[in-house]
Design a protein around this ligand. Structure first.
Ligand code: TXA
Ligand code: MG
Length: 352
């Protein structure tokens, strides 16, 4: 398939390109576009055949449901059969933005979009290009992250082109995404809202608006504090994984740096290709392997924004072993560590 690749200027899509994208989507095709979190692979959410194309292009298991993206909050009523008061409140405060809510679905939403579930995930993104595309293409666009299943989510158009070039109709290059982690997912179908995936809208932020919110057990299981957490088996943990074997070192940062230096030296001397995930503050302290800064420790947003690109960079150079520093688990740190731990298959070593 010939993939049309379009450059957006300063976050805005030319009208002619917007028309092309909307024609493709209305005809049941696939268009990848930027959102403020990660790039999404869009298809008409109400067309069962279009949603099936997404699964095929991504190599995604058909029971993994898609998020329906809307551009107007009122459109929620057309696809959700019940909207609890707390969901309306969250929509009011956090949309447009990186929040996805799970609600009971209406019949109009095909089961191929919801992976056979009676619920539907809904998000209203903040990105201008995303909103324009959704508005011009019928208002309901299913968009999973625009990566091949198993790869880190794409935060740059280059990532999308590498994964999906030749497999989709159009890719829109809107530059680097601002947030870098997928949206927070909250299940609103039970009495007590449950966070299924932590993201940039944190538990504290949600609770400030609607009171108590719980983490899903699976999210908490990711915060096990054992000395060494073994690689967890199972497909879902492979989602964010780089090709190389990733190990996270946790503890006093000076001890972490010295332990990573020791390991990196040992592996480099053994002829292995080693990558180190460092930060602006620490990158100068490493002596062996290929060192990449993920962002500034002082600025958690920059860490979130840099994580996936660094994991992909290490894939590009075929790093066999990757050693990473760890990050705080308060608020946004919870989302960062959730992705990093998954990428590491839970290999976490406490030092000091
Ligand atoms: O930030 C984001 O959410 C990005 C951008 C493109 O908007 N999209 C994204 O989609 O991350 P995806 O498909 O990569 O992740 C969607 C997640 C999956 O883990 C899926 O299992 C979950 O949402 N999900 C979707 N519908 C669901 C439902 N009805 N019940 C429970 N989980 C659901
Ligand atoms: Mg994804």
């Amino acid at each position: 398939m010939n993939t049309i690749i379009i450059q957006a200027d300063e976050g805005v899509l030319k009208e002619v390109d917007l028309n092309t994208a909307s024609k493709i989507l209305k005809a049941g095709g696939l268009v990848a576009f930027p959102t403020e979190t990660v790039y999404g692979l869009g298809a008409d959410a109400l067309n069962p055949m279009a949603a099936e194309k997404i699964y095929e292009a991504k190599g995604r298991p058909a029971d993994n449901p898609l998020i329906v993206h809307i551009a107007n909050p009122r459109n929620m009523e057309q696809i959700a059969s019940e909207i609890p008061a707390k969901a309306s409140k969250l929509a009011e405060v956090f949309w447009p933005g990186p929040l996805t809510m799970i609600l009971k679905k209406k019949d109009i939403v095909p089961f191929s979009t919801t992976g056979g579930l009676n619920t539907v995930a809904i998000r209203l993104p903040a990105d201008r290009i995303a909103k324009d595309i959704i508005t011009c293409s019928g208002g309901f666009i299913a968009a999973p992250s625009a990566n091949v299943s198993g790869k880190p989510s794409p935060t740059k158009a280059e990532h999308v082109i590498a994964d999906l070039g030749g497999k989709v109709d159009m890719i829109i290059d809107g530059g680097k995404t601002t947030l870098g982690l997928e949206s927070t997912i909250v299940d609103m179908t039970s009495n007590e809202p449950i966070i299924l995936r932590p993201g940039c809208i944190t538990k504290t932020m949600l609770e400030n608006v609607i009171g108590n919110v719980e983490y899903d057990k699976a999210v908490l299981a990711r915060t096990l504090e054992n000395n060494i957490i073994p690689k967890a088996p199972g497909m879902k943990y492979r989602h964010y994984a780089p090709e190389g074997s990733l190990t996270i070192y946790e503890g006093n940062i000076h001890h972490v740096v010295s332990e990573i230096n020791k390991k990196a030296k040992e592996y480099v001397l053994a002829g292995k290709r080693v990558g180190i995930i460092a930060t602006e503050e620490t990158q100068e302290l490493y002596k062996h392997g290929i060192i990449k800064s993920i962002g500034r420790r002082e600025d958690e947003d920059s860490i979130a924004a840099g994580l996936y690109a660094v994991l992909r960079d290490f894939d590009d150079i075929h790093a066999e072993y990757i050693f990473s520093e760890s990050f705080s688990r308060s608020d946004l740190g919870q989302a960062i560590m959730n992705r990093l731990l998954k990428a590491a298959g839970y290999r976490l070593i406490r030092v000091g």
